[in-house]
Design a protein around this ligand. Structure first.
Ligand code: PLP
Length: 394
């Protein structure tokens, strides 16, 4: 017996454990100081009332003989898939109901989708990157190539025809950089993928933060994307489902290679290895798309947007360069004074007790950058901004 030796190549992630250790050590030595956390990628506002009442009703259905449900369709109930279809249609994107697969969140599907790709495929990811794209491929023994996301390209790398990649990861609005592609930029990626026969895995987990016209919320806003892209989305940040778990993946019927259909393969994969998302959770997710649900989740998103604006305005005032903050809950800033990411982390912790995430933890190109998030409370965000202004305007 042998275990999968590719696991030996997966780099250990010390990022969040190192942050936790440093913060714990500082707290222990300085019990009188209040620590302000702007490092987390988790939401803090509770589920919307419309979601809660839909889930309560679903719980009651599960408790009555006439309305009880056992196993549901692995790919999701039609009521939720149709609601998602309507959400896309409202943005001018037409999807077939069975191109939509309901999941327990984007992270699972982003990892699991690799089941349908050949082991020999080469993979292209941006640097800095959401680490899941890299680690899931390394676990499967695939070769990972990096493309530079940096200040020069606004952290939005564009296709290079001299590079041959089979599977390309794009995340927009991006974690960690907050940068977001325009529809025109994504068109260039779609043209590249179609020309090369590559497939784009488009992570739209933060699409709900896009408010500026011209920026893409779905890769399927681009004509031709259905022959070269799969899209992952989530209720986590849209509707506070990080602990409730629900997402969806769009696999177009038109995506075929070598006579094989990605949609049919993904359906086969899911029906083999996945037994669907809880009925109660799917009812809650469907309520997000009702008029009440939409109003309530938009109010929550506006709250986070206002936090992001507070941080972005602070950076503007301090003359610190950053991406994100406007169509994203992330503010990716250049560490002032040429400090490296961890040095800046220590500097903020020791002087003003503000905790963020060092960019170096997301890849080599993240060195010298720092991520702050808008998911905290207004009070914490406003206080952190005051402290940042006081410290960094000196
Ligand atoms: N994709 C990106 C880029 C993320 O940042 C996250 C979570 O932070 C996810 C996917 C995971 O989303 P989910 O909670 O739906 O698994």
């Amino acid at each position: 017996m042998q275990f999968n030796s590719h696991f030996n190549q997966v780099s250990q992630s010390y990022l969040f454990s190192t942050i936790a250790k440093k913060v714990a050590a500082y707290s222990a030595a300085n019990p009188d100081k209040t620590i302000l956390r702007l490092g987390i990628g988790d939401v803090t506002l509770p589920l919307a009332p419309a979601v809660i009442s839909a889930m309560h009703a679903a719980v009651d259905e599960m408790g009555a003989k006439e309305t009880f449900r056992g196993y549901g369709p692995e790919q999701g109930y039609d009521f939720l898939k149709e609601a998602i279809q309507g959400y896309y249609a409202a943005r001018g994107v037409s999807l077939e109901r069975d191109e939509i697969f309901v999941s327990d969140g984007a992270k699972s599907d982003v990892g699991n989708i690799l089941d349908i790709f050949a082991d020999g495929n080469t993979v292209l990811v941006p640097d800095p990157v959401y680490p899941v794209y890299v680690d899931t491929n390394v676990m499967a023994g695939r070769k990972v190539m990096y493309m530079d996301a940096n200040e020069a390209n606004g952290f939005l790398p564009m296709p290079d025809y001299s590079v041959d990649a089979d599977v390309i990861y794009l995340c927009s609005p991006n974690n960690p950089t907050g940068a977001a592609y325009t529809v025109g930029q994504l068109r260039e990626w779609v043209d590249y993928a179609n020309a090369k026969g590559a497939v784009i895995l488009f992570d739209a987990a933060y699409e709900c933060f896009v408010s500026q016209p011209g920026l893409a919320r779905s890769i399927f806003e681009v004509e031709g994307a259905k022959t070269c892209a799969i899209e992952f989305c989530s209720f986590s940040k849209t509707a506070g489902f990080t602990g409730t778990r629900c997402g969806y993946t769009v696999v177009p019927f038109a995506l075929e290679r070598g006579g094989m259909s990605a949609n049919k393969m993904w359906l086969r994969r899911q029906t083999t290895k996945f037994n669907g998302v809880a009925y109660i959770v799917q009812r809650g997710a469907a309520a997000v798309f009702g008029p009440e649900g939409q109003r309530q989740i938009q109010a929550n998103l506006d709250y986070y947007r206002a936090n992001a604006a507070l941080i972005a305005d602070c950076m503007d005032e301090l003359g610190i360069r950053y991406t994100g903050g406007k169509n994203s809950p992330y503010i990716w800033l250049k560490c002032p004074g040429g400090m490296d990411s961890w040095k800046f982390f220590d500097y903020l912790l020791e002087n003003i007790q503000v905790v963020g995430t060092p960019g170096a933890g997301f890849g080599a190109n993240g060195e010298g950058f720092f991520r702050l998030t808008a998911f905290g409370s207004r009070e914490v965000t406003a206080e952190a901004v005051q402290r940042l202004k006081k410290l960094l305007s000196r």
